[in-house]
Design a protein around this ligand. Structure first.
Ligand code: FES
Length: 133
């Protein structure tokens, strides 16, 4: 289904629909999305919003997310985003992986901390192990 050495690197016909969906919903940045055309359920929004600081990388946010400019202009209305916290992104406020070239180093503890209590097994905290993003 995914082969980063090919273009396009996603072949949605390469797997069963449910497997594609299960993979897409684990994408922490929201870069992968889906719209089911077979009558199956569309993506659910998590009831709990979580923010996961990725060591040396962005903040993975999952839930009901509205990103606006300071004047209130809507930038994104999403369920998953990766927000830049290094200050180097050319696509701010979103991460574009510029933190790597910038050599950004966070001082976070290695533990992943859900914002809301009662962590959800499907939350990014469990899906995305802390990594050098
Ligand atoms: S955290 Fe990724 S570009 Fe800033």
């Amino acid at each position: 289904m995914f082969d980063v050495g090919r273009r396009p690197w996603v072949t949605v016909d390469g797997a069963e629909t449910d497997r594609v969906v299960a993979t897409v919903v684990q994408c922490p940045t929201g870069a992968l999305r889906y719209t089911r055309l077979d009558g199956g359920a569309q993506e659910d929004t998590d009831d709990i919003t979580t923010v996961v600081p990725v060591p040396n990388g962005p903040l993975f946010v999952r839930g009901k997310i509205r990103v606006t400019t300071p004047d209130g202009t809507l930038v994104a209305d999403e369920t998953r985003v990766a927000l830049c916290r290094c200050g180097s992104s050319a696509n701010a406020p979103f991460c574009d992986n510029s933190h790597r070239a910038a050599g950004f180093r966070s001082s976070d503890p290695q533990a992943v901390v859900p914002v809301a209590a009662g962590g959800d097994p499907g939350s990014p905290a469990e899906v995305c192990e802390p990594q050098d993003f």
